[in-house]
Design a protein around this ligand. Structure first.
Ligand SMILES: *[C@@H]1O[C@H](CO)[C@@H](O)[C@H](O)[C@H]1NC(C)=O
Ligand SMILES: *[C@@H]1O[C@H](CO)[C@@H](O)[C@H](O)[C@H]1NC(C)=O
Ligand SMILES: *[C@@H]1O[C@H](CO)[C@@H](O)[C@H](O)[C@H]1NC(C)=O
Ligand SMILES: *[C@@H]1O[C@H](CO)[C@@H](O)[C@H](O)[C@H]1NC(C)=O
Ligand SMILES: *[C@@H]1O[C@H](CO)[C@@H](O)[C@H](O)[C@H]1NC(C)=O
Ligand SMILES: *[C@@H]1O[C@H](CO)[C@@H](O)[C@H](O)[C@H]1NC(C)=O
Length: 282
């Protein structure tokens, strides 16, 4: 099984693909309207798979950097992980052993987690630099909005707050056996713990988010779209939720305008995904 995590405008999208010829089969998605992207890609699996959809409509994503994390799953482990940056129609491998991207929104610095610590990638100059002097194997990363501090999730499922420009880390004891981490726009920290359950880290400890179904097939958390001021974004199975710092949750229902926007975004994503696939599958 291969997978792709796509990071755009704050949202994380996860695409899973079949092993042999790398055709997407299903995805878990940061917004439930988007699940047809991979089906449509499947439809082009004949001789026309290299045809690029029309992008004459002023493609929003042509000028911004979209990060892809590509990996192969073996057993429960994600191996052969690498981070690509896609911009202006070109995909470029940025890190060979990277897995974590702190989605930047309207900012040029993206923080990336690698096997040997933290890197910062400037999406304008396209330069990559080591950030600080930590050497942890980082599988999740989130940057605070109001400060330069970061949170990292290491391969042994421990969460650290990283301060002083990447030279010091403090263990977040409240977060136990974390699988994923995310911040909301107010810099509240959330994580997915054991059994796909999401938690919020409050001043008096971690609290399990209430009001969610018991046994989801998958869980994906990320910073929400910019239009959502409070709370983080959770995709539980196929259903999106907003989860709040007071440990409550509510299903997110898209209005008509949002549906249209998401359809447009899907078309844009189709274009970049095809470009990406054509370039890296060579
Ligand atoms: C390829 O595209 C052409 C023109 O759009 C179409 O006629 C043809 O049926 C397509 N072939 C496949 C295998 O999808
Ligand atoms: C598709 O490609 C194969 C081999 O490249 C070719 O034999 C076949 O005729 C093509 N089919 C179409 C519909 O173009
Ligand atoms: C691309 O981005 C740059 C800087 O972010 C901006 O100045 C420029 O106007 C953008 N170009 C287009 C065509 O959107
Ligand atoms: C479509 O995208 C490609 C690659 O980004 C670009 O070279 C081409 O000019 C675009 N076409 C239009 C009509 O915008
Ligand atoms: C990183 O740098 C800081 C400040 O220069 C130093 O105190 C710390 O020991 C270093 N940490 C490691 C892991 O090298
Ligand atoms: C929790 O926070 C949300 C969002 O701020 C709010 O709508 C809700 O009423 C709060 N619930 C409780 C029980 O405080």
């Amino acid at each position: 099984m291969r997978g792709l995590l796509v990071c755009l405008a704050g949202l994380l999208v996860c695409l899973k693909t079949a092993d042999s010829h790398s055709m997407p089969q299903k995805d878990y998605d940061a917004d439930s309207n988007k699940h047809d992207i991979t089906n449509r890609l499947d439809d082009t699996s004949g001789n026309n798979s290299t045809s690029v959809p029309d992008n004459s409509s002023g493609m929003f994503y042509s000028n911004i950097t979209v990060f892809f994390v590509r990996y192969v799953t073996r057993g429960d482990n994600k191996v052969d992980k690498s981070i690509y940056a896609h911009k202006n129609g070109k995909a470029k491998k940025v890190l060979e052993d990277g897995m974590a991207v702190s989605c930047c929104y309207l900012k040029s610095r993206a923080y990336l987690g690698n096997k040997d610590g933290i890197y910062v990638y400037d999406t304008e100059t396209e330069k990559l630099e080591k950030y600080g002097n930590l050497s942890d194997n980082v599988i999740g990363i989130a940057k605070e909005d109001r400060s330069d501090d970061l949170y990292i999730l290491t391969e042994d499922h421990v969460v650290y707050k990283v301060i002083e420009e990447g030279t010091k880390k403090i263990k977040v004891n409240e977060a136990e056996h974390a699988e994923q981490i995310a911040l909301d726009w107010d810099d509240n920290l959330y994580y997915i713990g054991a059994n796909n359950q999401p938690y919020v880290v409050a001043s008096d400890g971690a609290k399990k988010i209430e009001g969610l179904p018991a046994n989801p097939t998958s869980a994906l958390i990320s910073k929400p779209p910019i239009t959502i001021e409070h709370g983080a974004w959770l995709t539980f199975g196929k259903q999106p939720y907003i989860i709040y710092p007071n440990a409550t949750s509510e299903p997110y229902v898209f209005n008509d305008q949002e549906k249209l926007e998401h359809e447009k975004r899907n078309r844009d994503l189709d274009v970049i995904f095809l470009q990406f696939r054509n370039q890296i599958e060579e």
